[in-house]
Design a protein around this ligand. Structure first.
Ligand SMILES: O=C[C@H](O)[C@H](O)[C@H](O)COP(=O)(O)O
Length: 219
């Protein structure tokens, strides 16, 4: 099976976690795009969605799914999204598609985070995938210097502006042995909007696409 077929398998498998009549939290990226297609097949059974990016919003609307503003919604039963890496503690690196901030916000409102990922995303230690950090543009150099002090090698993601008008620093060379501590430390830097570590609030369920089918891991 190709990687995209594995992504499709987990995207569709996530439908099992969608309760009819509810508003669904929707992530961003190539795996989440398969979930959106799957959601389209049951669009008359759900009230709508809350989206984590302009790209997902456009796709949802294109399929005729109503997209709610998060401020209109008190709670979400589930948030379904992909990841760039996920470890055995269900902690993740996200933001390869620059959508990390809105993803973290929508995930925070949801009761359960359903991570959908192909098996290549599973790791023992987070950090091989460069850690995305969304930064206010004027703070770029300052935050980069601080990230070096934390042991990382930050690289400015050229030609990328987030949906919130900010920039992304991708931090290489990290072996993240204490993900929660690093999440707290980076989030505390003035100018950082969000770090793409989803550690304090990780996934509750992981649907992992493997050659032998979809594996379900529950926290
Ligand atoms: O900003 C992007 C998101 O965090 C994605 O969920 C993540 O990059 C995984 O994307 P994909 O499903 O395309 O591998």
């Amino acid at each position: 099976m190709t990687q995209d077929e594995l992504k499709k398998a987990v995207g569709w498998a996530a439908l099992d976690y969608v309760t009819p009549g509810t508003i669904v939290g929707v992530g961003t990226g190539s795996t989440a795009a398969h979930f959106i297609d799957a959601l389209g097949s049951i669009k008359h059974q759900i009230e709508g969605a809350v989206s984590s990016s302009e790209a997902s919003t456009a796709k949802l609307k294109g399929l005729g799914i109503h997209v709610f503003n998060l401020n209109e919604v008190d709670s979400l039963a589930v948030y379904v999204d992909g990841a760039d890496e996920i470890n055995g503690q269900m902690q993740m690196i996200k933001g390869g598609g620059a959508a990390l901030t809105r993803e973290k916000i929508v995930a925070a409102v949801a009761e359960r985070f359903i991570c959908i990922a192909d098996a290549t995303k599973q790791v023992d230690v987070l950090g091989k995938f460069p850690l995305p950090v969304e930064v206010i543009p004027m703070a770029r150099s300052y935050v980069a210097r601080e990230l070096v002090k934390l042991g990382g090698l930050p690289e400015y993601r050229q030609d990328v502006v987030t949906d919130n008008g900010n920039i992304i620093l991708d931090v290489y060379n990290l072996k993240i042995v204490d993900p929660i501590a690093l999440e707290v430390a980076i989030n505390a830097l003035p100018g950082v909007v969000t770090v793409g570590l989803f550690a304090a609030r990780g996934a509750d369920v992981a649907l992992i696409g493997t050659a032998n089918g979809v594996k379900t891991i529950t926290k």
